[in-house]
Write a protein that binds this ligand. Structure first.
Ligand SMILES: [Zn+2]
Ligand SMILES: [Zn+2]
Length: 256
């Protein structure tokens, strides 16, 4: 047998996104042990509605004040305990999505968020899907916008349309704000690009993780300005406490 072929086979064998064990053929993104841990972690309940997260649509106050009255999510992102060396598989999947560009991780998380959307939305194919854009610096660092990849896959799986809106709407808002004293929230955009006209459309806005709701809320405000009827947020994880909003946006695209 060709030695090079063997080497290629070995290095291309996918490893568990959490513990690094080699995966078996029927395993996707996580090994059996990590998948079991994952299955336990997604059983946590929302402290407001008491449903498991993947069936809960509660928002936090920040989102609720920014046109998002329904927030679909899959699990909670855990603040890591510094004394514990092991990363929970839920967190590991988020890191991997951000950094690794792995098709299996993207597929795993797409399936999870699709299932959560189907549980709370009756005709998802009628929605327009879009995503919270990465900061340009983060795209340069990693080479891709993972929230966009995720949103495109989710839309495809649900038979819906993906529309890239982020930078065009943000740029328009900045111009408008520079030209007038109007606050962004009061601006009704005059849209020259009819593709970005969301009049009477219901929108599902996707991100990987909602830390405070600041980026998601800002994006929702822009979508509202572009005419969107109702905006539903959908993220893989939430990191805020159910009733508090902390202001730390990390690599998120944030209102300045
Ligand atoms: Zn594992
Ligand atoms: Zn809830």
């Amino acid at each position: 047998m060709n030695i090079l072929k063997n080497i290629l086979f070995y290095i291309s064998v996918p490893k568990c996104a959490c513990c690094g064990e080699r995966l078996l053929k029927n395993e996707l993104a996580l090994c059996k042990v990590c998948k079991e841990k994952y299955n336990n972690l997604v059983q946590f309940n929302c402290s407001i509605c008491s449903k498991i997260y993947s069936e809960c649509t509660c928002t936090n106050r920040y989102l609720d004040a920014h046109f998002v009255h329904k927030h679909i999510k899959v699990f909670r992102y855990f603040q890591e305990d510094k004394t514990d060396e092991t990363t929970p598989p839920t967190n590991a999947l988020i890191y991997s999505l951000k950094q690794d560009h792995r098709a299996d991780v993207l597929e795993f998380l797409t399936n999870e968020i699709v299932r959560a959307i189907r549980a709370s939305v009756s005709n998802p194919e009628s929605y327009v899907f879009t995503s919270v854009p990465r900061r340009k610096a983060a795209i340069v660092e990693y080479g891709f916008d993972h929230a966009e990849l995720l949103a495109r896959q989710v839309a495809k799986k649900l038979g819906a349309k993906y529309l890239k809106t982020g930078y065009s709407l943000a740029k328009r808002a900045q111009k408008k704000a520079a030209n007038s004293s109007e606050r962004i929230t009061n601006v009704k955009f005059k849209l020259r690009n009819p593709k970005l006209d969301l009049s009477s459309k219901n929108v599902i806005l996707i991100d990987d993780i909602v830390t405070t709701g600041a980026s998601m809320g800002y994006m929702a405000t822009l979508l509202k300005g572009a005419g969107a009827k109702a905006i539903t947020a959908a993220s893989i994880a939430i990191a805020y406490r159910d009733r508090s909003t902390r202001f730390h946006t990390g690599d998120r695209f944030s209102p300045k």
